[in-house]
Write a protein that binds this ligand. Structure first.
Ligand code: ZN
Ligand code: ZN
Length: 372
């Protein structure tokens, strides 16, 4: 049963089984840690999940065995049978597959190395065909369920609260690293377990690098400052970018800010189910192109959010393969930017939920240039 308090692990495992049945698999191995978390709630650093059409096993070694048994008994993990790995994962996996009589078992091609697959093949011999699959669990994760939407909405509100306090940390004479530390400690204070990625504070000419790392550069009058930060709440990631300026900035910076703001508005207006990620990207790109800033837009318009800070779908150029159709229930960022080498850059980023007829912006901090 799905509710707002706990992930619907049973429902997720049922969806995976349905997909297995549809594609002629009588079992499936999940090895990507993030997909294990999604399907079972397990968050350890090592483990494998094997499901048959009837049941699910979670293979863990001695480091996690007791914790997993307790968590299953207490309902803090999905409906799995713990299976202790005594020596090697490949041997335990092959033995379990044999015990269950599984013959055709799906594996996550994007997450199993050649060496690991060879070990599984040697351990199981001819009894099991390990059949590569592509993005099966990732496609399930694309559309968020009620539990996930509620969590991401709450996380986005908390992150926006942090953004509303940026004015107290950004100031002339402070270094980028000092400002980043203030943001990180506010994320901690807001209840996030950790930053979703290394916080970006990029000032003056440094703001021309989309993924700049904070330096010891001191903020000074006339700087544009990109502030891009995110947090992880109960495993789920949110991500936000705001712009600050120290004192009055010149007309060139002003027009950059306006262009990115208008590009973001165009992208937000383009979002609805049935539209490709590349169409949303094109809407932002058209605005920047018209102002002569097309070449200054150095990345895609957005990315999915969930258990990972960058997950499907991609909102990028059609040529980059971002052709996935948006569906209601997807949560993604909308973050166009424009970067001028030697001068500086501007990015604005919000998190949205795709709804039946458009989108709901989850991050609600003011988008105006913060002048300090
Ligand atoms: Zn970001
Ligand atoms: Zn982002």
């Amino acid at each position: 049963m799905s509710d707002h308090r706990r992930p619907d692990w049973s429902g997720r495992l049922h969806t995976l089984r349905t997909e297995c049945a549809r594609t002629g698999l009588d079992g499936f191995v999940v090895s990507a840690p993030v997909n294990l978390t999604y399907l079972t709630g397990f968050t350890g650093s090592a483990g494998l999940m094997l499901c048959s059409q009837a049941e699910t096993w979670l293979l863990v070694d001695g480091r996690y065995d007791l914790a997993v048994r307790e968590a299953v008994a207490a309902g803090r993990l999905g409906p799995v049978h713990p299976e202790r790995v005594e020596r090697r994962y490949d041997l335990s996996l092959a033995a379990l597959a044999a015990r269950l009589g599984l013959r055709t078992v799906g594996i996550e091609a994007g997450h199993v190395t050649v060496a690991v697959l060879r070990a599984w093949q040697e351990a199981a011999g001819k009894a099991v065909e390990w059949r590569p699959t592509d993005g099966v669990v990732e496609r399930q994760r694309l559309v968020k369920d009620a539990f996930e939407v509620a969590l991401l909405r709450r996380a986005a509100h908390l992150l926006s609260d942090v953004a509303r306090r940026l004015g107290s940390w950004v100031g002339a004479g402070r270094t980028e690293r000092e400002v980043a530390r203030s943001i990180d400690s506010a994320l901690d204070g807001a209840g996030f377990s950790q930053p979703a990625f290394p916080t970006i504070v990029a000032s003056g000419p440094n703001s021309a690098y989309p993924h700049a790392r904070p330096t010891d550069r001191r903020l000074r009058t006339g700087d544009l400052v990109v502030l891009d930060f995110g947090g992880v709440l109960d495993g789920y990631c949110v991500d936000l970018t705001r712009m600050a300026a120290l004192g009055q900035v010149g007309p060139r910076a002003q027009s950059l800010v306006e262009a990115v703001r208008d590009a973001q508005a165009a992208a937000l207006a383009a979002i609805r189910p049935g539209v490709a990620g590349s169409d949303v990207d094109a809407a932002a790109r058209r605005v920047l192109d018209a102002r002569g800033l097309g070449p200054a837009f150095l990345h895609g318009t957005g990315h999915g959010l969930g258990l990972e800070v960058h997950e499907a779908p991609r909102l990028g150029r059609a040529e980059s393969g971002a052709s996935e159709m948006l569906q209601a229930g997807i949560v993604c960022t909308v973050e166009p930017g424009a970067y001028l080498e030697g001068f500086g850059g501007v990015r604005l980023e919000d998190d949205v939920l795709v709804t039946a007829d458009g989108c709901e912006v989850l991050t609600d901090a003011p988008r105006d240039l913060l002048v300090v």
